[in-house]
Design a protein around this ligand. Structure first.
Ligand code: F6P
Length: 547
């Protein structure tokens, strides 16, 4: 897979892009559009029902040509093929990266360690479908014989963000008779608030953890068990009807006391942040039903196939990933804003933060040498139009360059057509305002007094992508997520980093394990941290004991 490639800054396309950047950095989108009346039609691509307008980017045809050459010189094609072939491209964990197998159609063949994993995937999907049908129909009864009316997913990171985001995104399609809650934080408030109005006899916990060892999840799972026992008369066997697990670790699941028959499996070739379409999506499936869940998988798969097969110049994730590289490495942009104009996607930016930043927040290349270029940008965002009344000021008139992804849908999910027209008008207005701004002459011609003119000028030339889809459906959501997954992959391939490990989360976890007993011990512990940490621990101990 990893045909040796030159370090990024030594690749010819990189050098050419650096020179080209100097040529075009001063070009304004006003001129680029004025000189090419068809630009807004030309610089677009479509795949799997998603329309991608990248014309409002600070680029020319030459930029695109060079970025595509950079992709070639970075062996992006080889990297994609290696991933789909099941090679262990997660080099530091020696793992294959095969989330695409989670959405491959029944009968397809994708190999991990020489075994076709697609049949395993469908066996688990069938088991999930059977279980979720029983919960939805009321056939699955709790310990006292009552039907399940509350489903609480306990998990964190990839075992939470995907399920929460998907539940919110697809609420329109969800079973409203069931209440869904999500507990992730080790902060007891999260658990307490999630269950405060629920009846244990009607509640089902899905304990979702790839490793089944994560501090937050295991702490919340133990608290859930106590809460169930307290509410169900203290009978240990009652828990079986109220707790199921989603994990790769059958041993730990059994140790916790969950019947392996009630465990939904996934595999080490699924990264946590790429797992919402695995059994980690069990809460999603209970919410929307197996058929809609499969429609979502089909959406993912359509985008996978597009990414795998489309020429790079028409390939949405490749174009998006290359543009992120262009702004990160040549314009020095630090962040990318994702702005869905769809209230149901309110958790989408938070979901993308783990996907993008846990994947590409890396400082060494695959062979362990320090990078000499910036890697993963900070992704953030909020749904429109709320963001417009909050942080858009900085995007329009601040000193930083913030490339934006605007996401919008042609059809609303509620028959409030006028709301929707206004919503979409705002998408188009924002991208127009960002790109073209308002010159001092225009401001003056409106009768603005001279002293106020500079305050009311919009420099413009602020780049954005616009992504349009027909309607937010499970299928569309699958396509959108896969679009970002593969854009992240594209960026990681250019930067030559491992987008699939996450060693950066380990140190804090390890130190917390050391500090917990130092906070809880009755005896004054001998502290050997730095003076600040020692002092903070002592201060906490004093107040903890007196309150
Ligand atoms: O934050 C680190 C991490 O390992 C994530 O990658 C993962 O999604 C999360 O913790 C939860 O892990 P698990 O599913 O094993 O509980």
């Amino acid at each position: 897979m990893n045909a040796p490639v030159a370090p990024l800054t030594e690749r010819q396309a990189w050098k050419d892009l650096a020179a080209h950047y100097q040529d075009i950095r001063a070009l304004h989108l006003r001129d680029l559009f004025a000189n090419d009346p068809k630009r807004g039609e030309r610089m677009t691509a479509q795949a799997a029902g998603l329309y991608f307008d990248y014309s409002k980017n600070r680029m020319t045809d030459e930029t695109l040509r060079l970025l595509l050459r950079l992709a070639e010189e970075s062996n992006l094609r080889g990297r994609i093929d290696a991933m789909f072939r099941g090679e262990k491209i997660n080099v530091t964990e020696k793992r294959a990266v095969l989330h695409m197998a989670l959405r491959a159609p029944r009968g397809a063949s994708i190999l991990a360690d020489g075994r076709n994993v697609v049949s395993q995937v469908h066996a688990v999907l069938d088991k999930m479908a059977d279980f979720s049908d029983r919960v939805r129909s009321g056939a699955w009864k709790g310990h006292t014989g009552k039907r399940i009316r509350n489903v609480i997913n306990i998990g964190i990171g990839g075992s939470d963000l995907g399920p929460v985001m998907a539940y919110e995104a697809l609420k329109h399609y969800s079973e409203r008779a069931v209440t869904f809650r999500f507990v992730s934080n080790v902060d007891g408030t999260d658990f307490a608030e999630a269950v405060r109005d629920l009846d244990p006899a009607e509640s089902l916990f899905i304990i979702s953890s790839k490793t089944f060892t994560t501090l937050e999840t295991m702490t919340n799972a133990h608290t859930a068990r106590k809460w169930l026992l307290a509410g169900l008369g203290g009978d240990d066997t009652s828990v079986a009807k109220h707790c199921v697990a989603v994990s790769t670790n059958a041993k730990e699941v059994t140790k916790f006391g969950i019947d392996p028959a009630n465990m939904f499996e996934f595999w080490d070739w699924v990264g946590g942040r790429y797992s919402m379409d695995s059994a980690i999506g069990l809460s999603t499936m209970i919410a929307i039903g197996a058929e809609q869940f499969r429609a979502m998988l089909d959406g993912f798969h359509q985008m996978d196939e597009h990414f795998r097969t489309a020429p790079f110049e028409h390939n949405l994730p490749v174009l998006m990933g290359l543009l992120a590289v262009w702004y990160t490495n040549f314009f020095g942009a630090q962040t990318i804003a994702v702005l869905p104009y769809e209230q149901y996607l309110k958790r989408f930016p938070a979901y993308l933060q783990q996907l993008t930043m846990e994947s590409n927040g890396k400082q060494v290349t695959l062979d362990g040498s320090l990078v000499a270029w910036d890697t993963g940008p900070i992704y953030w965002g909020e749904p429109g139009t709320n963001g417009q009344h909050s942080f858009y000021q900085l995007i329009h008139q601040g000193t930083r360059l913030i490339p934006c992804d605007f996401i919008a849908f042609m059809q609303p999910l509620h028959p409030l057509r006028r709301h929707h027209d206004m919503l979409v008008a705002n998408v188009f207005a924002q991208t127009e305002a960002l790109a073209f701004g308002k010159t001092p002459e225009q401001v003056k011609s409106e009768g603005t007094p001279d002293w106020l003119v500079p305050h009311r000028v919009f420099e413009g030339n602020r780049p954005s992508n616009t992504i349009l889809a027909e309607r937010l459906t499970p299928e569309t959501l699958g396509k959108l997520i896969a679009l970002y997954e593969h854009s992240v992959f594209t960026q990681g391939a250019i930067w030559n980093i491992d987008s699939f490990d996450q060693w950066g989360v380990e140190l804090g976890k390890m130190l917390a394990q050391r500090i917990i007993p130092e906070l809880e011990n009755k005896e004054e512990p001998a502290l050997s941290h730095d003076s600040s940490t020692n002092n903070l621990i002592r201060r906490y101990r004093t107040l903890r004991q007196t309150t």
